[in-house]
Design a binder for this molecule. Structure first.
Ligand SMILES: CC(=O)N[C@H](C=O)[C@@H](O)[C@H](O)[C@H](O)COP(=O)(O)O
Length: 254
């Protein structure tokens, strides 16, 4: 039977469509963490892919390239940069959008809050689409979500709730925001302080089309701190590590 012409074939699902219902694992390490090393990030990516992650969220060109070499599953890429005089820090410039695209991400996460920003959000969205990437707009409120989607973002993430002064400061994921987005028919990824399987299930029940879990899976230093603080046994690295060893990254090259 002859192969149908390309136009007759169904279009390939978009990276976001492939993430529907999936667990996305954010594999990032803080700059002052001993885990802040691309080889370690790559090993963590392999571990979570083995465990059943349906996608990855990865920061910085080197780590995105390392993740790309491991999987064809969707990768959400981002940068985190403190820009002089402004507050937005998640992929806030078109140069960084292109850097994330060049490193092989499928989706770019951009700061879509109303924090002060170096470049207009609409320019970031356009740059991403021009580079063939979908856009996940990281927001902290319903209004920010609506605005980002109006400007052409492909989805929003609740990532920034709790990290802007105008959103609720709380330990739990922002389920109220999730419910509000769902009630307005706005597509969203649940992200931010999803710490337990129960949290992830609740996020799904609130209408999330995918759930991102970061620290609870890939930041053992943070998770240990949660337990130690709760038990009242927290000791600093000076107490725990032998002289000469620090909690600083071993071989990080920015
Ligand atoms: C606010 C901010 O900078 N969030 C960052 C965004 O990429 C990451 O540091 C978080 O780990 C990620 O959002 C996942 O969240 P959690 O680690 O809580 O599961």
């Amino acid at each position: 039977m002859p192969t149908p012409p390309p136009s007759a074939q169904p279009p390939a699902p978009t990276p976001l469509a492939r993430l529907q219902g999936q667990l996305i694992v954010s594999v990032q390490a803080d700059d002052d963490s001993v885990l802040r090393d691309t080889a370690i990030i790559a090993a963590l990516c392999r571990a979570v892919l083995t465990g059943g992650a349906g996608g990855l969220r990865v920061r910085g060109a080197d780590d995105i390239r390392a993740a790309r070499a491991l999987t064809a599953l969707p990768i959400i890429g981002l940068t985190k940069t403190r820009h002089a005089g402004v507050d937005a820090f998640i992929t806030a410039t078109t140069r960084e959008v292109r850097e994330v695209a060049g490193a092989g991400a499928d989706i770019v996460a951009v700061d879509a809050t109303r924090l002060t920003r170096p470049e207009p959000l609409v320019d970031l969205i356009r740059a991403a689409h021009d580079a063939g990437l979908q856009v996940m707009a990281d927001i902290s409120t319903e209004d920010e979500a609506e605005h980002a989607l109006d400007l052409g973002a492909d989805t929003v993430g609740t990532t920034m709730s709790g990290y802007t002064p105008h959103s609720p400061q709380q330990e739990a994921p922002d389920f109220a925001l999730m419910r509000a987005l769902h009630a307005r028919g706005l597509p969203f990824v649940a992200e931010g302080r999803v710490k337990t399987v129960q949290d992830a299930l609740q996020a799904q029940a609130c209408g999330a089309f995918a759930v991102v879990v970061g620290s609870a899976i890939t930041r053992p230093d943070h998770v240990t701190r949660w337990y130690a603080d709760a038990l009242g046994t927290a000791a600093g690295p000076d107490h725990a590590l032998l002289p000469g060893l620090t909690a600083e990254p071993a071989s990080y090259t920015p």
